[in-house]
Design a protein around this ligand. Structure first.
Ligand code: FAD
Length: 415
């Protein structure tokens, strides 16, 4: 295999953004994904919808904060669906395929990162496992967009698993979808159903520890998307734990399906049309990088000089121990910034992280982990990699003003 300028591991929104942005800046890029399509949690875990990313300006207008390549993804999706049927998540698979192909990124599907080769502070190659066996791929620069931080872990970078006091991660959830539901009647009946669900949970008849039934409409007529299973106290980076979690969560899917069919007129004909192929992981390994973003940074809207992305999604912690969700809302006009240093490991010179495995506390992470922000973090990592490759090849000495300049030229926002 040829040597690349950049290898990106993980084909979620952050990985695609990183790969495409770096390639457009002239880098030769290999994107490695263990599954068979791009989109990450959106494709593999049926995560839906995009959580909000806009603020109200003084004049009362909406200002979108996640622009740049994320906006391009949304615009391409709209063009492909003719905007007629609203938001169709499956169409993002076409969009992302097109974007990597058009920008000249080489993609390896069904290929998993299993190790790295390192010389002091420099990563030399990644060890990949595919159908042909195990082999090494070399590059000058690397980006970890695996969500779980596999690359930073194999590279020996410091990380935090879950929350600081006991390593417990936010719960995992298997999303699923039911069709043949009278959605208007379902919404009208929701309060009664929630009360009944609580009673059955209190009596032990329902085992799911989640406090309510979390649903979203908008995928199609008569279809309800459920983000409501809850697996607690399992480590998403342990194969045995995540295997048990998959089975437990599917039991909760069946439990909810039966509960709804038996107790709601609106769901009496409901059909289970999809269970996400993989359980969704909200939180696992987070880099302990040059800067660890905190909840106070978000609440105080700290104006980082090296800001590379913005957000105003709330601090949203699904209880790692059981029932309940902690929320801190930001005011409609408030927004926070994310610094470049939160993508930068201390221990290596030619590695950046992007997306969910960024360097943030448990609390701050719960806000900045949403898909629009992850895409922007990927864009920043990709641009920074490309700028580094043209100069020092060192992520610690990259000209951050130049990186910010390119992000802004691409339509992104940093201040
Ligand atoms: C249940 C749940 C509900 C959520 N709800 C919302 C929501 O409503 N709205 C919202 O905006 N966000 C939501 N989120 C958050 C959001 O989906 C994720 O935080 C975000 O998608 C992370 O993007 P990413 O690119 O960092 O990682 P991912 O999307 O996780 O992508 C990582 C990719 O890396 C690949 N990979 C991993 N390890 C390896 C390896 N070793 N080798 C090769 N490839 C590898 C994976 O297959 C995957 O494709 C939710 C998350 C969960 C789990």
């Amino acid at each position: 295999m040829k040597k690349y300028d950049l290898i990106v591991i993980g084909g979620g929104l952050s990985g695609v953004a990183a790969a495409v942005c770096a390639s457009r800046q002239g880098a030769s890029v290999l994107l490695v994904e263990r599954n068979g399509s791009l989109g990450g949690a959106m494709s593999n875990c049926s995560v839906y919808p995009f959580m909000w990313y806009s603020v109200k300006t003084e004049s009362g207008e909406n200002r979108e904060l996640s622009d740049g390549i994320f906006k391009e993804m949304c615009n391409r999706h709209k063009a492909l669906t003719d905007g007629t049927n609203g938001y169709q998540p499956e169409f993002f698979k076409f969009v992302l395929d097109d974007m990597v192909c058009e920008s000249g990124v080489d993609v390896l599907f069904h290929t998993q990162l299993i190790d790295v080769m390192k010389d002091k502070r420099t990563l030399k190659s990644v060890r990949l496992a595919g159908k042909e066996g195990v082999y090494d791929a070399e590059a000058d620069f690397f980006i970890d967009a695996t969500g779980d931080g596999d690359l930073l872990f194999y590279s020996g970078c410091e990380f935090q698993l879950g929350r600081e006091k006991d390593y417990l991660c936010q719960p995992m959830t298997t999303c699923f979808r039911l069709c043949n539901i009278d959605t208007k009647a379902f919404e009208d009946d929701k309060k009664r159903l929630e009360a009944l669900y609580s009673e059955k949970r209190a009596s032990g008849e329902i085992k799911n520890p989640r406090e309510n039934i979390l649903t979203f409409l908008g995928i199609g007529d008569g279809i309800v998307h459920f983000n409501t299973t809850r697996i607690i106290k399992r480590d998403p980076t342990s194969s045995i734990d995540i295997s048990r979690a998959e089975i437990e969560a599917r039991r909760q899917v069946l439990e909810m399906y039966k509960f709804l069919r038996e107790n709601s007129e609106s769901c009496k004909n409901a059909t289970l049309i999809s269970i996400a192929p993989e359980i969704g992981v909200r939180e696992s390994r987070k880099l302990k990088g040059v800067y660890i973003l905190t909840a106070d940074d978000l609440k105080n809207c700290v104006d980082f000089e090296d800001s590379i992305a913005l957000g105003n999604y709330h601090i949203d912690i699904h209880n790692p121990e059981g029932t309940g969700t902690y929320i801190h809302w930001f005011a409609p006009h408030e927004y926070y910034r994310i610094p470049y240093r939160s993508l930068l490991p201390k221990e290596t010179d030619n590695l950046l992280v992007a997306g969910r495995c960024l360097s943030a506390t448990h609390e701050a992470h719960s806000a900045v982990r949403i898909m629009p922000i992850c895409a922007c973090l990927g864009e920043a990592a990709g641009v920074a990699a490309a700028v580094s490759l043209k100069t020092t090849k060192n992520a610690h000495t990259v000209n951050i003003a130049k990186v910010q300049d390119i992000i802004i030229k691409n339509g992104g926002q940093i201040h």
